[in-house]
Write a protein that binds this ligand. Structure first.
Ligand code: SF4
Ligand code: SF4
Length: 178
């Protein structure tokens, strides 16, 4: 079975925000909201400091509290395990927004909840998600984790990686190469 996933190289991300702008344009995200964002984390003690820069988004978790808590079925698993929201089934109750440990959803001014879709409208046409396609350092890899020849499978065989907040038990499908 197909499993869409993304791997993001923390050693190559420079925090330029091109992915954020591309996503906002591609998905008509209203001004003041975002489906992806940049996080900078400093670790260690001076002078042994390390800076990690990450492009974050919905993790399209395998065990999603947002899908479980949705009273209308608007939040659901779609092709390749991606987690999507059917806008016209969403009543805007916000249960999913509160349930997400990653703060990956926002309430759209039009009354429904919105978030990253892994650009499923582009992927269906054989294109890469907008964020992946514009990254100037090519630090993002997207594809089918079940296909050993996909870019994402190949890079994850070569590199160490982590997921965010694994203790939440959500089984994220966005992996950070470290
Ligand atoms: S990151 Fe949040 S919104 Fe995305 S699937 Fe996981 S729990 Fe749901
Ligand atoms: S806000 Fe919409 S998607 Fe979220 S739980 Fe409520 S009905 Fe479901």
């Amino acid at each position: 079975m197909m499993r869409y996933a993304m791997a993001i190289d923390t050693k190559k991300c420079v925090g330029c925000s091109d992915c954020v702008v591309a996503c906002q344009t591609e998905n008509e995200v209203p001004i003041g909201y975002c489906r992806d964002w940049i996080v900078e984390v400093t670790d260690g003690t001076y002078p042994e400091l390390e800076l990690e820069i990450r492009s974050e988004r919905c993790n399209h978790c395998d065990n999603s509290p947002c899908v479980r808590c949705c009273p209308t079925g608007a939040s659901h698993y779609s092709d390749g395990g991606s987690v999507l929201v059917t806008h016209n089934k969403c009543i805007g109750c916000g249960a999913c927004v509160s349930s997400c440990p990653y703060d990956a959803r926002y309430s759209h001014p039009k009354g429904y909840v919105d978030k990253c879709t892994f650009c499923n409208h582009r992927v269906k046409k054989g294109q890469q998600p907008a964020c992946v396609s514009v990254c100037p350092t090519r630090c993002m890899y997207f594809g089918d984790l079940e296909d050993p020849n996909s870019e994402v499978s190949k890079i994850m065989k070569l590199r160490k990686y982590k997921t965010l907040a694994p203790e939440a038990g959500t089984k994220p499908q966005v992996f950070y190469l470290i």
